[in-house]
Design a binder for this molecule. Sequence first.
Ligand SMILES: *Cc1c(COP(=O)(O)O)cnc(C)c1O
Length: 407
Amino acid sequence: MKKIPVTIPYFDDQEAENVKKILDSGWVAQGPEVSKFEEVISAHENVSYGVAVTSCTTALHLAMVSQGMSERMDVLAPAFTFVATTNAIVQTGAIPILVDICQETFNIDVKQIREVIQRDYQEKNGKLYNKDNENLLWGIVPVHEFGLCCDILEINQIAKEYNLTVIEDAACALGAKIGDAHQGGFGNTSCISFHPRKSITTGEGGMVLTDQAALAQKMKQLRTHGSTVSADARHAGKGFLLPEFPDAGYNYRMTDIQAAVGIAQADKLDYIIEEKRKRAEFYNGLIREKLPELVTPYVPDGYYHTYQSYVCMLDLKKLNLDSVAEGRKYRNILLQKLEDIGIATRQGTHAIHMLEYYKNRFGYVEQDFPNAYACDHLSITLPLYVQMSDSDQEYVIQAIREIIDKL
Ligand SMILES: *Cc1c(COP(=O)(O)O)cnc(C)c1O
């Protein structure tokens, strides 16, 4: 049986050669290779500083705590995203306040950000406070879902009006642009992921990008237990005394082994994105021609989508289905039948308000965020990776055609 995974990382001999050098050097924890990797990635995204950490989840947490997010604060976040976005907020002690998304882009709906602010907050001395419990509205954590930037310019405008901090969850969006401007270049901190599901990988890994020198310094200190002496300086072998620890920090350090893989991967980044964009175009054509029951990903004018994932929606009308719940049943049967013949797919990502922890803690019901709910139930991620061939893609689309014809 032909097997088509949902994605596979793209390696050649360079990753192994780079790792061998690090192993031979005898220094495998965070050191000069991590600094090099930070320079390569921040230069690619046109941002001054990169702070490499163990994952995007820890990148988000580090960016949040180092800028003061904590208890008795509210933070706006999209209702449709990977659970790590809101988990990181919860871990700081702050309260995630969900905002619905646009079904077309899968990204947070900026109109609804303004509606939530007007409905639930009052202004005092240029800051917003929750009408119910007086919590400060601290910031917004928008997500560039699946590699498409959200409307970050409008979000920055709102943040300026109300004194909010913006932290971009760019886990999927390394290389994504609006016009010529890269994600991460919009004046906020942004957090990227190097998990194997993303464009390039270090096994696990993440990075915070920022233009602020003092903030980068603070994050570097907090990622290494709060130490005043960096791991780099220790690598240089200076001093036998233990450093000072002004803050109770974390161990969020990336290893030089991971960074060595990352540096080899970074060389391939532009190629990987371009190949995935071509393959996404190819899917678009095939779907338009053969599968009117699927809605292809929407890309607003001037936006450069990196297709971390290629996510379609089932068209309920074309399938004569009456409700989103029925659509979900149909979608799940379709995905099961694809899995049975060796084609791996996934739902896009999840509606946060329907996950057990969030449902129980905040008492959400399905219809609180109807767009997130619909995208949770009707989205389909098709396989996409550099090593795929035209005939692999045709095989996937043909298989879906045949299954739908029989259903
Ligand atoms: C993958 C992902 C994360 C988590 O990234 P890790 O590196 O696995 O921690 C966070 N947010 C979004 C939107 C993601 O897609």
